[in-house]
Design a binder for this molecule. Sequence first.
Ligand SMILES: Cc1cc2nc3c(=O)[nH]c(=O)nc-3n(C[C@H](O)[C@H](O)[C@H](O)COP(=O)(O)O)c2cc1C
Length: 363
Amino acid sequence: MFGIEAPILAFTHCRDVAAEVSKAGGMGVLGLARISPSKLHEELNWLDSHIGGKPYGIDVLMPSVVEDTGTRKYDLDSLLPREQVNFLTKLLDDAGIPRLSESEEKRLIFDAVDHQNFTPRESLAMIDSALEHPVKLIVSALGTPPRHLIEMAHKKGIRVAALAGKVEHAIKHKEAGCDFVIAVGTEAGGHTGDIASMVLWPQIVDAVAPLPVLGAGGVGRGRQLAAALALGCEGVWCGSIWLKTVESDVPPDIKKRLLGLQSSDAVLSKSWSGKQCRVMRSSYTDAWLQPGAPKTLPSPLQAFLCFALARPRIERARAEKFLTFPVGQIVGEMNEETSVRNVVHDMLAELLESKERLDNMFG
Ligand SMILES: Cc1cc2nc3c(=O)[nH]c(=O)nc-3n(C[C@H](O)[C@H](O)[C@H](O)COP(=O)(O)O)c2cc1C
């Protein structure tokens, strides 16, 4: 489909990682969720000039259901309920984490609102701009892409895929005309469902056949790639593993923490975005589960709270215990920093070892 050598697609928010994966024989897919429309061309121009003519894709958040912030957009008090704001403020105050000034808080919330590319309308505008670049693949993160988008992409020779954590979602993606489906097991970092990769991948492979499927969720090494192929997938889609690379732009304090975590430290929480998301466990994620804690807000309101009111305070104070970030269960094996090229190389080497092992077993 893409003329690539390694069946490894990389989800990343970092342009350097995307370029390196494509150059190493896989394919980088750049997440646009954190890129503002005004920065989009700069990011993609950079990719175009650093990726050596190799293919790449883009990933957009296109949720089917969004909390419409509408006219409440710039009215802080009605946008974010006091209960959740007060809970968070007290939590961080009690931990001795300095407050931001009121004007900075407001600016960060309004920035978060302005930069959110979550609504279908905003996502489509981003895609239009992105297609001025030689994008080969569009991936929809949180829902079935609209049929007209798929038709428009196909006319330009661009492939479209979507993530699915359930068989029903995968079937909807197929019916809408997607070129392939990415089956995301619960092990995955970021937004994820409840079904494990081992069970989900073959279910989705069978449900959408002959459409190709990529296995995602818990893939960071060659034996997991071999398992995905054995379960009927055509390749894999990895997100967490790139966070440990030297090319990754994940903040240094977070990277340092990630390298020391175990798989059980990657927990499901709604405290990051309002949707179920696997993130590194911290005092921030624990607090929202304590008896008496308020409910997390629906997406994207919880994301405004987390991105504007929590993370800047926590990260500026370098309050290690409160740091959190999306990561999957594979984090337990992410013990040292290495290059993207090494990750790809090691995955392919271990895939071949797995094949030899099986060949020997079967004689
Ligand atoms: C830091 C991080 C951020 C993510 N953000 C997005 C996103 O914006 N869009 C998306 O489609 N998936 C996102 N994901 C999920 C990935 O697409 C993918 O499903 C997941 O990383 C695969 O499982 P793995 O983490 O075990 O490799 C993110 C994952 C991580 C680790």
